[in-house]
Ligand binder design. Structure first.
Ligand SMILES: Nc1nc2c(c(=O)[nH]1)N[C@H]1C(S)=C(S)[C@@H](COP(=O)(O)OP(=O)(O)OC[C@H]3O[C@@H](n4cnc5c(=O)[nH]c(N)nc54)[C@H](O)[C@@H]3O)O[C@H]1N2
Ligand SMILES: Nc1nc2c(c(=O)[nH]1)N[C@H]1C(S)=C(S)[C@@H](COP(=O)(O)OP(=O)(O)OC[C@H]3O[C@@H](n4cnc5c(=O)[nH]c(N)nc54)[C@H](O)[C@@H]3O)O[C@H]1N2
Ligand SMILES: [Mo]
Length: 763
């Protein structure tokens, strides 16, 4: 009898310790923490050698975040951060998951482990197969693994019954081949982690500015008068961004932070590249901190916009850049008319802020010319997420603060190549011109119907409209919302396949049959046809550069991701006009094909070999907005949050600790928030805690409410914290079970992981 596996980590508490919240970020503790991880996972000597190659022009791209590297100066050992070092340690770990491991551990036993324990098991060394009805994975040859997949795919009634997910670590070369295979197979079902991440940014920016990517470069931070960081926690998730913010400050610029939480990294910073400063008091980064209520951002931005307009009306030409507006934009009148329909009195309570503070913020915006706005998941994972981002664009357009030095949009990407994967065509809604180019170059008929995004893919699997799930990286079950529902969806598939470096919960919540295909990581050498290869990636600012591993692979049975795609294609496609084996024998040949089909990659093989890589074209950066529907940068009318809480209800955001990479849990500490050795916590405002008759460290159960449905997650410890009233925070992925699948952003369809309505009950 096939026993059910646990779709969630067990509700075990691990022994919480609360500490003082540190006054500054980075500094000695960060260096020490990084070295401990490196020492434990990799060993110190090999570890230090590895660190010296991260983000160097001849090294590998850090598998952590997508923050760019400086174009010029790159100090030895310097272009890494604590969390980059942890990401590397996690991949280069000495620990191995061998076939023997799977023989001695059934999937039921493994599913009793926490995500932290699962992650610590190490790197997967062999392709593994879970036959129908079995409880243990068994070793399988690559050839047989590909055959099982090919046979299953070819037995489907339609290619649209297969889902091909991508996480954002996949290189350009692998991603390009993968989407080509999927489209030759006959579907656009290419959901990716972007659907849960910056999809809202892409949608908003494409509509308003004609490009789904940000407009600034790293150097712009040296020229900005004002940087606004909204809905983002760079101290943890993009630590190297702090040095860019520090550059802005050192040149006399100001920083505004808008976040329900006073995230330590943004408050005070000790430069890791300057050891002399590790022990000092650090540098205050934030000049003005606005602890906005969760999802109160549009209300806040609207008040700012109204105050800007008041000033402009009182003294024409003092605030708005009329020349820019007239030459470059469309829709101002309509936008101002809509803005008039809102009143500050009505909007203010949604923000939780004082009008005085918002006025100060407006002053800074009015009095500074070159403004950069940075954001991440705090804005993109709400029902009105696209509104959030379009409203930011309205501010920049009024100020003419885009398309010039020191100014513009900066959506800070997550996964290290998530932006490149999109450029390569990993998208369920591919543009027509892209498909036309593919057809021409590869001589096949590309499917034209849009495919499923993440949410639609889950629904399709649940309804048995999709029967095969293939994951190129990532951890689908833990990263997606509504864990229980998603588990049912995956379990109803005939076959689930994961291309992975490390064990995760998606290997345990499977279809009737399952395969694990272990691949090379970023840090490892990749030989094809006896020749060493390199891959390329695109960072958050549109720089394409090479990445080359330096370590011997952790097992001789690994294949590279491009080689896995070729194996898959050879086993699946009967009459492909593409010579897959030849393409993977030399990645230059893949790059030639990329050049032939995707704009901006001319002379790819030559330019990718230039140290530091090259910038892709970016119309917004060039102050050109002709790709939009109107041919101009568009003002837009946006709506504040429509969520109304009942008296006993709270808003919950699911956030990352300082000790995890998405669903990979490095450790159990959240040092910057003063929580050690525990992940099952809920941060609450002190007044709310009193209101519910709770006290610090009480154990509570959480229920989420959506469309008359409820979902439950049990066993969280209450932590009093500086968080606005009626706002709470829990950690991703423990709380994903509470995020309703149908609760998603307008237009972008992104799950609303930052606005979950909950009630809290004492155990
Ligand atoms: N070390 C490390 N690095 C990472 C990752 C990781 O897990 N670990 N993940 C990578 C990925 S894929 C991504 S997408 C990025 C994520 O990077 P972030 O977006 O910084 O990550 P989150 O923890 O989701 O933090 C969201 C921030 O937004 C705030 N916030 C939440 N709701 C609101 C709101 O309504 N309004 C405002 N103004 N703020 C709000 C939260 O308090 C929090 O500070 O980081 C990438 N880098
Ligand atoms: N509640 C809630 N849910 C969220 C979020 C949130 O803030 N709150 N954030 C969302 C966001 S922003 C994102 S991006 C998604 C992330 O979703 P995913 O990208 O699906 O999840 P990860 O945890 O990053 O994936 C980790 C796994 O990737 C595999 N891996 C690591 N390196 C490689 C590699 O080089 N190649 C291959 N093939 N595999 C590799 C390892 O096996 C590892 O277990 O989660 C989303 N889910
Ligand atoms: Mo992300």
């Amino acid at each position: 009898m096939f026993k059910k596996t646990k779709e969630q980590p067990p509700e075990k508490l691990t022994g919480i310790q609360l500490t003082e919240i540190p006054k500054s970020s980075v500094g000695v503790k960060a260096i020490a923490s990084a070295l401990t991880h490196i020492k434990n996972e990799v060993g110190l000597v090999k570890g230090i050698q590895l660190l010296s190659k991260i983000n160097q022009k001849e090294g590998f791209d850090c598998p952590g975040c997508a923050w760019p590297d400086p174009d010029e100066k790159r100090a030895f050992l310097a272009e890494y951060c604590e969390n980059g070092a942890k990401a590397v340690a996690e991949e280069a770990t000495k620990n191995k998951v061998s076939p023997m491991f799977f023989t001695t551990n059934s999937i039921q036993e493994l599913s009793e482990l926490s995500d932290y324990e699962i992650g610590k098991t190490g790197r997967i060394t062999h392709p593994m197969y879970l036959p129908e009805g079995k409880n243990n994975y068994e070793e399988i040859t690559w050839e047989n693994a590909f055959k099982i997949i090919g046979d299953e795919l070819n037995s489907l009634d339609s290619a649209d019954e297969a889902i091909f997910y991508t996480s954002g670590r996949t290189s350009n070369e692998a991603a390009f081949l993968y989407q080509l295979f999927v489209r030759q197979f006959g579907t656009n079902n290419l959901p990716d982690c972007s659907n849960m991440c910056h999809e809202s940014s892409g949608a908003a920016l494409t509509e308003t500015l004609g490009i789904g990517k940000g407009s600034v470069t790293l150097d712009d931070f040296n020229h900005a008068d004002l940087v606004i960081v909204i809905g983002q926690n760079p101290g943890t998730n993009h630590p190297r961004m702090l040095s860019a913010l520090s550059d802005t400050k050192n040149k006399g610029g100001k920083i505004i932070t808008i976040n329900p939480l006073p995230e330590v990294g943004l408050m005070n910073y000790k430069d890791p590249q300057n050891p002399l400063k590790w022990f000092g008091s650090g540098q205050d980064l934030t000049d003005l901190f606005l602890p906005v209520k969760i999802n109160g951002d549009v209300a806040l931005l609207k008040i700012i916009l109204k105050l800007m307009k008041e000033k402009e009306d009182a003294k024409p030409n003092s605030v708005f850049d009329h020349q820019f507006i007239q030459e470059k934009t469309a829709g101002l009148e309509d936008f101002l008319k809509d803005l008039d329909t809102y009143s500050i009195e009505e909007l203010l309570p949604q923000t939780g802020l004082s009008l005085e503070k918002i006025k100060k913020t407006t002053e800074l915006i009015v009095n500074n010319k070159n403004i950069i706005i940075c954001w991440a998941m705090g804005l993109t994972q709400h029902k009105n997420a696209v509104d959030n981002i379009r409203e930011l664009v309205n501010i920049l357009l009024l100020k003419g603060s885009i398309g010039k030095k020191g100014a513009g949009t900066c959506p800070v990407r997550g996964h290290s190549n998530v932006q490149g994967d999109r450029t390569m065509g990993i998208w369920e809604k591919p543009p027509t011109t892209f498909l036309d180019n593919l057809e021409k170059e590869f001589n096949f008929k590309a499917p034209r119907k849009n495919g499923f995004d993440v949410v639609e893919a889950i629904e399709a699997m649940h309804q048995k409209k999709a029967k095969v799930f293939f994951g190129m990286g990532g951890n689908f079950i833990s990263a997606t919302p509504d864990t229980t529902f998603t588990a049912e969806a995956l379990q109803s598939c005939n076959l689930t396949v994961q291309v992975s470096t490390k064990l995760n919960r998606s290997h345990l919540i499977t279809g009737k049959k399952a395969l694990i295909l272990p691949c090379l990581g970023r840090t490892e050498k990749d030989y094809q046809n006896n020749k060493e290869q390199f891959v390329s990636v695109e960072n958050s600012m549109g720089v394409v550069h090479q990445s080359k591993g330096t370590l011997a692979p952790c097992s001789s049975n690994l294949l590279s991701e491009p080689a896995i795609v070729a194996g898959l294609a050879n086993a699946t496609l009967k009459n492909s006009t593409t010579n897959w084996s030849e393409l993977v024998s030399n990645y230059d040949l893949i790059r030639d094909k990329i050049e032939a089909t995707i704009p901006g990659f001319n002379n790819f093989n030559k330019r990718v070999r230039v140290k530091g890589g090259f910038y892709l074209p970016n119309n917004a950066r060039e102050n050109n907005f002709t790709p939009t529907k109107t041919g101009k940068a568009n003002f837009s009318n946006n709506k504040p949050s429509e969520i109304v809480l009942e008296k006993d209800q709270f808003l919950m955001m699911t956030i990352r600790t300082h000790d995890q990479y998405n669903t990979t849990i490095y450790g159990l500490d959240d040092r910057y928030r003063g929580v050690l050795n525990e992940r099952r916590v809920i941060f609450m405002n002190e007044d709310d805690i009193k209101l519910l008759n709770l006290k610090k460290l009480d154990l509570v159960d959480l229920t989420s409410h959506f469309n008359n449905e409820t979902r439950e997650a049990k066993g969280f410890l209450v932590i009093p914290y500086h968080i606005p009233k009626q706002c709470t925070a829990t950690y991703f992925p423990e709380a994903n079970v509470l995020v309703p699948l149908k609760s998603k952003a307008n237009i972008s369809n992104t799950p609303t992981s930052k606005t979950v309505v909950i009630t809290i009950k004492k155990r």
